[in-house]
Design a protein around this ligand. Structure first.
Ligand code: GRF
Length: 189
């Protein structure tokens, strides 16, 4: 059974999908800790409700990335997590964190990478007029949404879609795909 740390910044619907998958027996894993860089992230409430330890690691004004990352690594190690899941974590991961968990950090992104990396992927997709989009679960490397791809799921882009409607359609797939990938990684251990 793998022990994972989930890093969040906001709503936490992907965190919830992992919590639910574990509760329903679809995922053999333990969430050792949820780490947020934002004290007000609703994701923290979801974790607490599920009885999962939480930690807030907030960037101090002018703090170097390495120092911040070191504090995150300490939080993860303290809870003996060996995998790190970025679930709506709105910070670039630096070398300190990457080298602490080589090929053990995964991210979920709301586009079919390598198309539309970075912020507002759904809006980018609409702007380009693509007819198919989706989500990607990938290993995190030093770039922005550039690491090796583990799994993808596609959804149609429909006439009349706006950012919200497309995001919602993609999110359904994120919630299915992320726990499924974690279960696969867990099986391979
Ligand atoms: C998701 O769309 C995820 O793909 C992106 O940020 C969003 C996080 O949503 N990286 P939530 O906090 O999991 O609800």
């Amino acid at each position: 059974m793998i022990r994972i740390a989930v890093l969040v910044s906001g709503r936490g619907s992907n965190l919830q999908a992992i919590i639910d998958a574990i509760a329903e027996g679809r995922l053999q894993a333990k969430i050792a800790v949820v780490v947020s860089n934002r004290p007000a992230a609703p994701a923290l409430e979801r974790a607490k409700k599920a009885g999962i330890p939480t930690m807030v690691v907030e960037a101090r004004g002018g703090e170097a990335r390495d120092t911040f990352d070191t504090r995150v690594v300490e939080a993860i190690r303290e809870h003996r997590a060996e995998w790190v899941v970025l679930a709506g974590f709105m910070r670039i991961i630096g070398n300190v964190l990457l080298s602490a968990f080589p090929m053990r950090i995964i991210n979920v992104h709301p586009s079919l990478l390598p198309a539309f990396p970075g912020l507002n992927a759904q809006a980018q997709a609409l702007r380009h007029g693509v007819k198919v989009s989706g989500c990607t679960v990938h290993y995190v490397d030093g770039g922005t949404d550039t690491g090796p791809i583990l799994a993808q799921a596609a959804v149609p882009v429909l006439e009349g879609d706006d950012e919200q409607s497309l995001s919602n359609r993609i999110l359904v797939e994120e919630h299915r795909l992320l726990p499924a990938v974690l279960q696969k990684l867990s099986n391979e251990r």
